[in-house]
Design a protein around this ligand. Sequence first.
Ligand SMILES: NC(=O)c1ccc[n+]([C@@H]2O[C@H](COP(=O)([O-])OP(=O)(O)OC[C@H]3O[C@@H](n4cnc5c(N)ncnc54)[C@H](O)[C@@H]3O)[C@@H](O)[C@H]2O)c1
Length: 254
Amino acid sequence: MGSLDGKIVLITGTAGGQGRVAALAFAREGAKVVGCDIQVAANDETVELVRRAGGEMTGVAPIDLTDPDQARRVVEEAVAAYGGLDVVYNNAAMPRFGPLPGFSVEDWRATITGELDIPFFVSKFAWPHLVDRGGGVIVNIASMAGMIAGEVPPMVAHSAANAGIIGMTRQLALEGARHGIRAVTVSPGPVLTPASDRDLGDDQAARDAITRKTMLKRFARPEEIVELVVFLASDRAAYITGANYALDGGASAW
Ligand SMILES: NC(=O)c1ccc[n+]([C@@H]2O[C@H](COP(=O)([O-])OP(=O)(O)OC[C@H]3O[C@@H](n4cnc5c(N)ncnc54)[C@H](O)[C@@H]3O)[C@@H](O)[C@H]2O)c1
């Protein structure tokens, strides 16, 4: 028996990285997964991987979650796919980085939209379905950048957007409590995904600069983030709401 047996879960950004690992882990625990992404082929590949592993997953792609109409549509498709919605896992994000002087207004707006609008839109449109169901869980992925400043790479909008996610999630928890809705933030430190591993290549100096602030002096594996979310989304975490979990190898503790 899985810890999420029968739960219907919408995960955003399932084409790769943490989202793909999340789809596999949630399906392994018995959830019915709806996974969406702006990338079609890679999202289809995730659906295929989940099904081959014996799990249940429906893919919705391409979908641009920065567009509120498309965010509403993906929620409606998720509800239609399996007849309701129990868990929203806001994982998708599209940040831009750069030092303040050269960071344009367009960069700022694109990052706030790509990181803060997406979980707001998806949570907003999912909300009435969670209320109809008598409750549910929203897990929002932020970043340690929402708690502490970050040097590499420079991240003015990323910091602001992720601090915004942490604040928004607290508020969702307060407003959701009377409906049986829990809302929790997970704030990862640096996570090594296939894409970031490829981008960093053999640049050891860049890798060291990124992991220096962690106590463990290494990146997280996507599984190390996702396993906490599996727990938080399950009924075993029934008393947890309004919290922000630093999952950053100790980076924000010193
Ligand atoms: N990788 C890290 O070091 C790190 C650190 C802290 C927090 N995070 C957070 O973890 C989450 C997952 O990141 P990841 O590392 O797996 O990154 P990723 O870039 O591999 O995955 C993000 C996914 O979201 C999708 N996406 C982006 N914009 C979209 C849009 N407008 N509509 C639909 N889908 C869209 C992308 O196509 C991609 O598949 C993000 O919220 C990120 O901010 C990552």
